[in-house]
Design a protein. Structure first.
Length: 194
């Protein structure tokens, strides 16, 4: 685990600092808080649902996101802040997940992109197959990934019912948009070469 204090600093201390500022603001803002599907940790029931237990995090990152959810509840209860928590799953499109920044330069240079896949990792296999459609060569390495969950699959019926949410971008479309954005933002000789 690299730099564990960064998760605590950002996801807990930084979040509490933000809530403290919001607490004294007049008028108090309504806040949407970003959590993660990682909070479901070692839960094996799929699809995940808001009613499922989240008390077995598989990583420090997941534990800090779970702590953030509890902090959200506490500030709502004690301070009356208007807080809405969302648990994001893997998503795609422009300005994609920071994890993929590790591969940005290699994508532009046409290099082999390693896809780390556990023996039973459903999410990674799906992503790897779809990455082929955007002509990214792949090398699958069978490695254990301590701290990563083997799958993410959400039951979105509650958010669909309460907020009218409907997914609009499939993975293939999101990847294409991400690559277009990345090339236009970082293209050859720009920021990625620094």
């Amino acid at each position: 685990m690299e730099n564990p204090s960064s998760y605590v600093h950002s996801n807990i201390a930084g979040f509490v600092n933000l809530l403290e500022i919001c607490k004294i603001a007049n008028p108090q803002p309504a806040i949407v808080c970003a959590s993660s599907s990682s909070v479901y940790g070692l839960n094996t029931k799929i699809p995940f649902s808001e009613k499922d237990r989240t008390n077995q995090p598989a990583s420090l990152y997941a534990a800090t996101k779970k702590a953030g959810e509890e902090i959200t509840h506490t500030y709502n209860h004690i301070c009356g802040l208007s807080l809405t928590g969302l648990q994001f799953l893997l998503f795609n499109g422009p300005i994609w997940r920071i994890f993929f920044s590790l591969f940005h330069k290699d994508i532009l240079k046409g290099k082999v992109i390693p896809v780390f896949e556990a023996a039973n990792d459903r999410t990674a296999r799906t992503a790897a197959r779809r990455l082929l459609k955007v002509k990214v060569r792949r090398m699958v390495m069978k490695l254990p990934r301590n701290g990563d969950v083997s799958f993410t699959h959400a039951n979105i019926s509650l958010v669909r019912r309460e907020f009218g949410y409907r997914p609009t971008t499939d993975l293939q479309t999101g990847l294409k948009k991400f690559v277009r954005w990345y090339v236009s933002y970082y293209g050859a000789g720009k920021k990625s070469d620094q």
